[in-house]
Design a protein around this ligand. Structure first.
Ligand SMILES: Cc1ncc(COP(=O)(O)O)c(C=O)c1O
Length: 333
């Protein structure tokens, strides 16, 4: 796929590592587990949004924007990384924060919330779940225009076809790396939220005829709704990138057994996964996304749905700063 046609900023100098998780494999009694360290991408504290922002911010700069405007949950990694990209580019950043859990915004909270302030975010607008988020961001953009400034609106999670190119590119990176390592993957497991990461990976893998299925682990939505979202974005991304390979509906798998009571709400399986990754591999997950995705990976291995002899790549999409806002939940075991 010719991604060089799309303007791109570079925030990570090299490919992120693919590492074996042999202690975790041993602890689970099977499956050959590997991890893609996208938690080590560039910008402040890394994570998947860095890859999407490389394309989105390039467009913002091309349009002459001076301010990035985006939306996320109250502990949003995407908002932290958008603020970091703004700092890197000499731009400003304004945020809309959605209280997906009623009353969850605490201006004094630690984790990503603290980093919004540290990274110099100009303004935070807090809205309740169910608010029209695009309209809320457009109001921020209009306020900027009234001041003679120019905002560039980035959708939640950076999940549109332009942002998803970041994970089309990641799919190609994985294929090149696993070829160099002599590693033949049977499956990729990844957290599935605003859908850009999952969709981009599927689009990139299909477009390269990789034959590697992706198992998405939902963090918020029921299975059918999430699969519809991922499929629609994968089709839009494939068309945007000029791929003639169709995205079959059954190529999209979004498991919802590890969401628990809802987005960002802790589950015992998430707590176990965060602690197990830390203690077997020294890898910090996060409580909202990768903790639940890893709980799914562990559950699928234990149930035998991922076979003992499968070679599986878990994409670590970052988020560790949010750990510090969840310390009581995670350390009280
Ligand atoms: C750490 C982390 N992992 C995974 C995701 C999910 O990625 P996506 O929104 O592209 O589905 C997010 C989204 O915010 C995230 O912050």
């Amino acid at each position: 796929m010719n991604l060089a046609r799309f303007p791109r900023r570079r925030y990570t100098p090299n490919a992120t590592a693919i590492e074996p998780m042999s202690h975790l494999s041993a602890a689970l009694g099977g499956a050959r587990l590997f991890i893609k360290r996208d938690d080590q991408l560039g910008l402040t504290a890394g994570g998947n949004k860095t890859r999407k922002l490389e394309f989105l911010v390039a467009e913002a700069l091309a349009q002459g924007a001076d301010t990035l405007v985006t939306v996320g949950a109250v502990q949003s990694n995407h908002c932290r990384l958008t603020a970091a990209a703004a700092v890197r580019e000499g731009l400003k950043c304004r945020l809309v924060l959605e209280q997906r859990v009623p009353g969850s915004y605490d201006p004094a909270a630690s984790g990503n919330n603290f980093l919004f302030d540290l990274l110099g975010v100009e303004s935070v607008t807090v809205v309740d779940a169910g608010t029209d988020l695009a309209a809320a961001m457009n109001r921020v953009k209009d306020d900027l225009a009234a001041e003679g400034r120019k905002g560039y609106v980035i959708p939640g999670g950076g999940s549109n076809p332009l942002g998803a190119l970041g994970y089309v590119s990641c799919a190609e990176e994985i294929l090149q790396q696993t070829f160099d390592m002599g590693l033949s993957l049977d499956r990729i497991v990844v957290a599935s939220g605003s859908a850009g990461t999952h969709s981009g990976l599927v689009t990139g893998l299909l477009g390269n005829s990789a034959g590697i299925p992706v198992t998405g682990i939902n963090v918020r939505r029921p299975r059918a709704e999430q699969e519809g979202n991922v499929h629609a974005l994968a089709e839009a991304t494939a068309s945007f990138v000029g791929s003639s390979v169709p995205v079959p509906r059954d190529a999209i798998v979004c498991r919802d057994e590890w969401v628990g009571p809802g987005y960002s709400l802790p589950t015992p399986e998430m707590v176990e996964a965060v602690r197990l990754f830390a203690r077997t591999e020294g890898v910090l997950l996060d409580p909202v996304y990768t903790g639940k995705a890893a709980a799914g990976l562990i559950g699928l291995v234990r149930s035998g749905e991922i076979a003992r002899d499968e070679t599986v790549l878990f994409v670590h999409t970052g988020g560790a700063p949010a750990l510090y806002a969840y310390q009581p939940v995670l350390s009280a075991v």
